[in-house]
Design a protein around this ligand. Structure first.
Ligand SMILES: [Zn+2]
Ligand SMILES: [Zn+2]
Length: 356
């Protein structure tokens, strides 16, 4: 027996277990907190070929009690890199790609479209809305995992023509949470109570479902609500809301020989005159002191800081038009993800280009 077949010998005893399909799969994990740790660990051990980990944050001491991939020496390091190191030791056959960014800047639409599955391990409605919106644009399949104090929910969104995450929200809830996930948003997700046993429970459920989906085996299409106090896991039927705004996928994208490491000038040259490429989330253009004593040009991800003259928090002016940015600005510095698909406003309406 070869090393790999020995490693997966117990899988081979499970009826219908498709090791080859796991090995060929790419799974994007959005959010690498406690839940994302559990999911990444389970899928890497199961033999998933490639994991793309996306999370903007660094390991905090309070993560250590809940996240099996982090070590005390990792405090202060990017979560995605700490997780990648542990996974390399646990499951050396799995390729792990680490993206320290919010989802919109970390994983391009083309990469989401081509992934076998996306698993959302996020901790706020705004971040889930961002994932649901991007998944809807390219009809990507995803599973949402969420914990409560003693239980949680796992929601599969596997049919692009079925219900989506936002279908269950009221128009007010959708509007309130449809904000870019950035440091400009003063409403950072509130810290939620969470523990290793519960993250393990919910993350394991999501991982088992993910494995079934990747293997192409029949899997539950209903959400499940897990409640330890009641000793029950019950299906929750989801329904497609006709007024939900997230059901408008983008059209076919034309590939261009530029990556997110290209400059704004190169992008404009590649698209030709009259084409106006658009950002999916606002680009910071200018910072202005509300007291009017200072203003500065500032390109990059939306962010703010205190006025150098009076210390008041400056107002950020943003734009969705790349043409306003300096020629030499690099797309990734403006928050454009690798393999992003960009909408381009032109004379014939909106078309789409896919970065290489
Ligand atoms: Zn919907
Ligand atoms: Zn000022």
């Amino acid at each position: 027996m070869s090393g790999l077949s020995e490693r997966f010998a117990r899988h081979a005893l499970v009826l219908g277990f498709r090791q080859d399909r796991l090995a060929a799969a790419t799974v994007v994990i959005a959010g690498v907190g406690a839940l994302g740790n559990v999911v990444a660990q389970a899928l890497a051990l199961a033999g998933v070929g490639k994991l793309v980990l996306c999370d903007p944050d660094e390991v905090a001491a309070s993560n250590l009690s809940r996240a099996p991939l982090f070590r005390p020496a990792d405090v202060g390091r990017p979560k995605v890199l700490a997780a990648k190191d542990t996974l390399a030791a646990l499951a050396p056959e799995t390729v792990v790609v680490a993206r320290q960014a919010a989802l919109v800047s970390g994983v391009g639409l083309a990469e989401m479209r081509d992934a076998s599955l996306v698993v959302g391990c996020l901790d706020s409605r705004a971040a889930r809305m961002s994932l649901a919106g991007r998944a809807g644009l390219v009809r990507a399949r995803w599973i949402d995992a969420a914990t409560s104090a003693w239980g949680g929910e796992v929601r599969p969104f596997l049919d692009p023509d079925g219900p989506c995450y936002a279908c269950a929200l009221s128009p007010e809830e959708r509007a309130k949470s449809d904000v870019p996930w950035s440091c400009m948003d003063p409403r950072r997700p509130a810290e939620l109570g969470s523990s290793a046993p519960v993250a393990g429970l919910v993350g394991a459920w999501a991982s088992a479902l993910a494995a079934r989906v990747i293997m192409g085996e029949a899997a539950a299409t209903d959400a499940v609500v897990i409640d330890v106090l009641r000793g029950a896991a019950e299906p929750l039927r989801m329904q497609r809301a006709p007024d939900c705004p997230l059901h408008a996928p983008i059209g076919e994208a034309t590939r261009i020989p530029l990556g997110s490491d290209a400059t704004v000038g190169a992008l404009r040259a590649a698209l030709g005159p009259g084409a106006r490429p658009l950002a999916w989330s606002p680009l910071l253009q200018r910072l202005e002191c509300p007291r009017g004593d200072h203003a500065e040009e500032a390109w990059g991800m939306p962010c703010t800081r205190g006025c150098p003259r009076c210390g008041t928090l400056m107002r950020a002016r943003t734009t969705l038009l790349f043409e306003s940015a300096p020629e030499g600005a690099v797309l990734s510095d403006l928050g454009v993800a690798p393999r992003e698909i960009l909408a381009v406003l032109g004379r014939v309406g909106i078309t789409y280009v896919e970065l290489s």
